[in-house]
Every structure is written in C-alpha cells, then in structure tokens.
Design a protein around this ligand. Structure first.
Ligand code: KIV
Length: 276
C-alpha cells in the first residue's frame, strides 16, 4: 500500500517537496525542464532532471500560438497525463493556464483536475500579491503551489511583450514584496523568470522557499528551460538565457545529461545567459 515507503530505499527515489527543500538547504542546484509528452518525459527523467514542468508554453512550442493565452485546462490535463506516464523519478509540476484561477474556487476546481486527471504533484500559477487569496485557498487544501513571478507570459498583452522585468528600482522592490507575500500565503516553490541578476539575488535573500530561475541569474536554487529551446528545436531568435545543448552532443539524451551536469556544477547559467 505505502509505495512511497518502499521507494525510500531506492538509489534515486522519486523527488518530492521535501527533496526540493533539502536540495536548497544542502546547496544542490535543482535541474528542471519542461516536457509535453511521454517520450520526452522518459528521456528527461533518464537524464536525471529533478523537476519536470508541463508548462503552458506548450501553447507556443506545441500548438503554434504566439502566446500562452489560448491554452485551456483541458489542454493542460491532456499533456500532464501523458507526461506523467513517462516519469519515474522527476517531480511533476503543471501550469494552471490563463484565467483558470481567477477566483479561489475556480483555482481549486482546476488544480484538482490537474492533480486527479493529469497526475500533477504541484500546480503553478503566475501572480503577485493579487493572487495571495488563491494561493492561501490551495495551500489550505494541501495543494502544493509553485508561484511564478518576474516575467509572467500570461500577462503579455498587459505588459506589452516578453521583456525583462524589475529593471527599475520601484519595479524590483515590488517584485521582491510580491515574492514574499506569495511565500507567506503558502507557496512551496517559486519560479522567477527574466529578471536582472541583482533582482534574482534580492528575491533569493528575501524568500526561504526553493527558487527556480529562468533568465534570473545564478543566485537562485535551480534552473529551468523550455525543452524545445535547449534542444535547438525552436526556430528564430531565442531569449538570451537559452543555451542550445544539442551543439556538440551525440544524442538527445547526451544533450539533456549535459544540461543537468551544467546546472549541478553551476556552469549554467554563464554570464552571457544573464541580464544586468
Ligand atoms: O510555461 C512554461 O514553460 C514556463 C517556463 C517559464 C518555464 O512557465
């Protein structure tokens, strides 16, 4: 019955929220990637990725939309479910898509779907202090939450494009306060996207929970990239923080392993992947 107790004796037992907290305490960088289907999920898991995100970036890299706004809860459930079948060790986090968490009740209903139908172990939502009631509600029901701050792609039409956030002093201060209020509301993990190194550092000093960065510099506790970006599948201009790990790799698995190693030994992100 208690499969988790049996798994504890394994060489590499499945990652859970306690593992992530321990990794932060022990200073072991958390290597994360997105995935959208079972085959890639299996490869990513084999490569030693600690956390897999079924991101609503699937709207852009799988469905071909220009933004993540058209993605629905049904889309997320479908992809989460097929990714969950490919994983054995990595921790599965799934995005609540645009406008699926406008009220605490709606967030709860949709988070339950992502967990029961999609196999999510944690849900991610984009927000600041305006989302504390939603995070509190999910936390009160013991639903693990990852709070996404910094560049929030679901707000692209409000902010006027995918751009670095927190560049001026007032915006940086506001972001740090947002991060703190989400932690206080009960978030378990934070994702920080596209901010200058200095802001990444400030958020890390303020918040105690594990912080996963994407274009947030080296001071955070882990790194994440969109799978199709780091495998060089995405065509055209990619953001500064993207590194193409297929360059010089013998296989996809080799590229994924080299990403994991570079996160673990701190060589990724290098200076050229960071914002000042
Ligand atoms: O949807 C997504 O893939 C994300 C990335 C920032 C990791 O949230």
């Amino acid at each position: 019955m208690y499969k988790q107790l049996q798994q504890r004796g394994m060489d590499s037992p499945p990652v859970n929220v306690s593992t992530l907290r321990r990794m932060k305490t022990e200073g072991e960088p958390i290597a994360c990637l997105t995935a959208y289907d079972a085959s890639f999920a299996q490869l990513v898991d084999m490569a030693g990725i600690d956390l897999v995100l079924v991101g609503d970036s699937l709207g852009m890299v799988i469905q071909g939309y220009e933004t993540t706004v058209p993605v629905t809860v049904d889309d997320m459930v479908y992809h989460a479910n097929i990714v969950s079948r490919g994983l054995s060790r990595a921790f599965l986090v799934v995005d609540l898509p645009f406008m699926s968490y406008a009220t605490p009740e709606q967030a709860l209903d949709n988070a339950v779907r992502l967990m029961q139908e999609g196999g999510a172990k944690m849900v991610k939502l984009e927000g600041g202090r305006g989302q504390t009631a939603v995070v509190e509600c999910l936390a009160r029901h013991d639903i693990p939450v990852c709070a996404h701050v910094g560049l929030k792609p679901q707000s692209v039409h409000k902010i006027g494009g995918f751009k670095v956030q927190g560049r001026d002093r007032v915006a940086a201060k506001r972001m740090v306060e947002d991060a703190k209020s989400l932690e206080d509301a009960g978030a378990d993990v934070m994702l920080l996207e596209c901010v200058p190194n200095e802001v990444g550092e400030k958020v890390s000093q303020t918040v105690e929970l594990p912080i996963i960065g994407i274009g947030a510099g080296p001071s955070v506790d882990g790194q994440i990239l969109v799978l199709y970006d780091m495998l060089g599948i995405t065509q055209g201009r990619t953001p500064r923080f993207v590194k193409n790990y297929m360059v010089g790799a013998d296989s996809t698995l080799d590229a994924l392993r080299s990403y994991v190693n570079s996160v673990k030994d701190g060589s990724y992100p290098a200076k050229e992947h960071c914002f000042s």
